[in-house]
Write a protein that binds this ligand. Structure first.
Ligand code: URA
Length: 240
C-alpha cells in the first residue's frame, strides 16, 4: 500500500504538491469513488485509479534510454564527477535509478537507466549474452588478419578470455572506422580487444543493445522513456 500522492508523482501525473488541486477539482477516482485525501493508502496494482475518467496504466518501474555524452560517469552518484543520473531532467528523476550496464567515461551512446533491478540483472547476466554493437574509431587501420583474430575470440596474457566478436568494416577505404559486436560486457572490453591486436580506440560509441537501437533524435545528454516494445527488444538478440 502506498500514498496516493506518491503514486501519482511516480507516474508523472502531477507533482506531490499538485495532488491537492487535483483532489479539489475532483479529477481522481479510486475504485469509482472520488478521492479526497492525498495521503490515502492504496494498492497501485490492485485498486483502480482514474484520472479525468481515464484508468491509470500503473508502471512500477521506469526504463529510460539516454544518449550518453563524454565526460560523464555511468553511476548513480559520485562525490566529484557528474553522473548520468545527474543529467536526467527533473521530471524523470526518481529514487533508485541506476544505469543498467556501464559505459566508460569517454564512451558515448546508448545507455539504459532503470529502477528495475530484476530487469538489469537479466540483461546483464553473463549467461544471457545480449549482443551489443559499438562504433569504434581506431588510431590505425584494422587489417583483415586482425579482424579475424577478434572474430575468433582471444585470450589475454592475464588469462581473460573474450568470446568471438563480429567486426564490420563499414567502408573499405577507411579501415579505422569499424563496428564491433560483442556478447559480453567485461571491463573496458572493446578497448582491450583492439589493444590486443595493436590498435587504440580513439572514439567509442554504443549503437545498439540486443535489438534496441539508440534513438537518433536524442542529442548527446538527452533521455526519453522507452516503449514496452523497446524494453523487450533488448532480449531479442542473444546467445544463451
Ligand atoms: N568496451 C569498452 O572498452 N568501453 C566501453 O565503454 C564499453 C565497452
Amino acid at each position: 500500500m502506498e500514498r496516493l500522492d506518491k503514486i501519482l508523482s511516480s507516474q508523472e501525473i502531477c507533482s506531490r504538491k499538485e495532488v491537492k488541486a487535483f483532489l479539489k477539482n475532483k479529477r481522481i477516482k479510486i475504485n469509482g469513488e472520488f478521492a479526497r485525501k492525498s495521503d490515502m493508502k492504496i494498492d497501485p496494482e490492485g485498486d483502480i485509479i482514474e484520472i479525468d475518467g481515464e484508468i491509470l496504466d500503473y508502471r512500477k518501474f521506469v526504463y529510460i534510454m539516454m544518449n550518453k555524452p563524454k565526460g560523464v560517469l555511468s553511476a548513480s552518484n559520485d562525490r566529484n564527477a557528474e553522473t548520468v543520473i545527474d543529467l536526467l531532467p527533473g521530471e524523470m528523476k526518481r529514487k533508485n535509478l541506476f544505469p543498467a550496464g556501464r559505459l566508460d567515461k569517454d564512451t558515448t551512446g546508448l545507455l539504459v537507466i532503470t529502477d528495475d533491478g530484476g530487469f538489469a540483472h537479466d540483461f546483464l547476466s553473463p549467461k544471457k549474452h545480449v549482443w551489443k554493437l559499438y562504433n569504434a574509431i581506431l588510431d590505425g587501420e584494422l587489417s583483415e588478419d586482425k579482424r579475424k583474430i577478434l572474430e575468433n575470440g582471444i585470450e589475454l596474457s592475464d588469462g581473460t578470455v573474450y568470446k568471438p566478436a563480429k567486426v564490420y568494416i563499414k567502408n573499405a577505404d577507411d579501415r579505422r572506422d569499424v563496428e564491433i559486436e560483442i556478447c559480453e560486457g567485461k571491463f573496458h572490453q572493446v578497448k582491450k580487444m583492439f589493444n590486443f591486436v595493436g590498435s587504440n580506440v580513439i572514439e567509442l560509441h554504443r549503437i545498439r543493445i540486443g535489438d534496441l537501437f539508440l534513438d537518433e533524435n536524442l542529442k548527446e545528454g538527452e533521455s526519453r522513456y522507452m516503449t514496452d516494445f523497446e524494453i523487450s527488444s533488448i532480449f531479442n538478440r542473444h546467445n544463451s
